[in-house]
Design a protein around this ligand. Structure first.
Ligand SMILES: [Cu+2]
Length: 156
């Protein structure tokens, strides 16, 4: 009786496929994380979602990626940093919905434009942001496809 095992396997594969829809963003695209770039504009046409990643590229120690509160973002202050890294290749996973704020903590750099605010949606990418329940029909069709495949395999 291999049929239940086949179905479970297919559902696990479907689960991985759903996870793979997370988007990996390169902050600033070809400019990377640097002074003189416009990260407000960079972020403006993107829909960030929980599970997506932000990769900040810069010469190690030349800049930092410092996660701060909104008030510290507005003030360009890294004194109460939630996260701080300057290894040159900082990858941040957006693990909670809502606004996330990043600045460079090198004096003067935040004021020179090294600040990024992203609004993170709780709805994974691929689902309609306003729909709320859009993910459920999507997963339903994946499950239906998996069941269909399992039935086909069982008939072989
Ligand atoms: Cu900097």
């Amino acid at each position: 009786m291999a049929k239940p095992l086949v179905l479970v396997t297919l559902l696990v594969v479907a689960g991985y496929a759903a996870q793979a829809s997370a988007t990996a963003y390169n902050v600033g695209d070809s400019q990377g994380w640097t002074t003189g770039a416009d990260y407000t504009r960079w972020a403006s046409n993107k829909a960030f979602a929980v599970g997506d990643t932000l990769a900040f590229s810069y010469p190690a120690k030349a800049h930092s990626v410092t996660e701060v509160s909104k008030s510290d973002y507005d003030a360009c202050s890294g004194r109460n940093a939630m996260r701080d890294d300057d290894n040159g290749n900082t990858v941040v996973t957006l693990d909670s919905p809502g606004w996330h704020y990043y600045i460079c903590n090198v004096p003067g750099h935040c004021a020179a434009g090294m600040k990024l605010a992203v609004m993170v949606s709780a709805t994974p990418n691929g689902a309609t942001p306003s729909g709320g329940g859009a993910l459920v029909p999507a997963m339903g069709s994946v499950v239906a496809a998996a069941v269909g495949a399992a039935i086909k395999l069982a008939l072989l």
